[in-house]
Design a protein. Structure first.
Length: 120
């Protein structure tokens, strides 16, 4: 099991702070109340029930204790991705550092002149 995996599981316990899930590979995990859905969850029992089968995504996994932090919210947000809006930039021109390289000698000369004036 690794972070980002999507695994089937069954809800084995529901508490005010989250729901415990037994995953298909025998590992246990917790869906924290903040990971149930996007937005505010007033009552966890309105969203999850004991014995309910769920598809969850692994957010964190502790190899030592064999416990996983799980999320339903990340799967929900995955479905609702909006197309990226076009930003008006000059990224497509691929200037890179060339303008800085061309301006550097001028900046160095200006700095030397300024320091020379201050030391007079």
């Amino acid at each position: 099991m690794k972070i980002g995996d999507k695994i089937q599981g069954i809800i084995t316990g529901v508490q005010p702070y989250g729901a415990f899930v037994e995953l298909e590979d025998g590992t246990t995990g917790l869906i924290h109340i903040s990971e149930i859905k996007t937005g505010f969850v007033d009552n966890i029992h309105d969203h999850l029930k004991m014995g309910q089968q769920v598809l969850v995504q692994v957010v964190d996994y502790d190899e030592f204790s064999k416990k996983a932090s799980l999320s339903l919210r990340t799967l929900e947000e995955e479905k609702q991705k909006f197309p990226r809006r076009h930003r008006f930039t000059n990224d497509r021109n691929k200037f890179g550092f060339q303008p800085l390289e061309e301006a550097m000698p001028t900046w160095i000369q200006e700095a030397k002149d300024m320091l020379a004036q201050e030391n007079k």
